[in-house]
Design a protein around this ligand. Structure first.
Ligand code: FES
Length: 245
């Protein structure tokens, strides 16, 4: 009798161990399934595609003008567009709720000199969808001389003199076919040279240097010509843009 009782106990113990093992295996299988589940199945996962086509890394955008930012995307309906000029530490909103189907956004580029700018494009309906510029681009400051403010530039031979902190003092001339601009900062010690139209020369009030109308030194002590600035006529704005070369 004792042998039968101990065999029963042994049998029950085996069944208990086997049942516990089955339960343990079942639990492990459940964890394994969760761990192996595709990321696409998780809430917020992104199954589509998102890419930023323009601007390209290394390009130079002109401040104050419109640039078309372009993208390609699938699996999203609306996008948010931002830019950063400090390696992504801070983001400035450009536009939100942009329809993906538009494929582009006409961005009025901020008119300030920025050396390392990146864009971030993300899904409004799915924040897991995000892409950034693969490499930074630059923004060049433009000084915009509107003809309404500088009417002398609408006449051949006219000129306008400007002094602003981002470009220093400079002068813009209207020629018969174009415009050109020169810095008015003397290359000797930085005084502002004055344009003497009657003599067709720039004269420095500090130590007497003289430059011809093209900025070449014709009398020292100035060691170098006046620096040139780039110009461009923007018909849409009816303005002359001046910017660093
Ligand atoms: S600063 Fe112009 S000549 Fe010296």
């Amino acid at each position: 009798m004792e042998n039968n009782a101990s065999q029963d106990a042994l049998l029950k113990r085996r069944e208990f161990i086997q049942e516990s093992g089955r339960k343990a295996l079942g639990l492990a299988g459940l964890v394994l399934l969760t761990q192996c589940g595709s990321a696409d199945d998780e809430p917020g996962a992104f199954n589509g595609s998102l890419s930023l086509l323009a601007p390209e890394g290394g390009s130079v955008l002109r401040g104050g003008l419109v640039f078309d930012i372009t993208w390609q995307a699938t699996g999203l309906s609306q996008l948010k567009l931002e830019y950063s000029s400090n390696q992504g530490q801070n983001w400035n909103l450009i536009a939100s709720n942009l329809p993906v189907s538009a494929g582009s956004y006409a961005w009025t580029v901020p008119n300030e000199p920025l050396e390392t700018v990146i864009l971030r494009l993300s899904g409004v309906d799915n924040p897991a969808a995000e892409v950034q510029s693969p490499a930074p681009f630059k923004i060049r400051y433009n000084y915009i001389l509107r003809e309404t403010e500088f009417p002398a530039l609408t006449t051949v031979g006219g000129f306008a003199s400007v002094d602003i902190s981002l470009l220093g003092s400079f002068i813009v001339f209207r020629t018969d076919s174009d415009y050109f601009a020169l810095s008015r900062i003397c290359t000797h010690a930085g005084c502002d040279v004055g344009w003497q139209a009657a003599q067709n020369q720039f004269v420095c009030p500090c130590h007497g240097s003289r430059y011809n109308a093209q900025g070449q030194v014709i009398q020292g002590p100035a060691p170098d010509p006046l620096a040139g600035l780039a110009t461009e006529y923007e018909a849409d704005l009816e303005a002359v843009l001046v910017f660093e070369v």
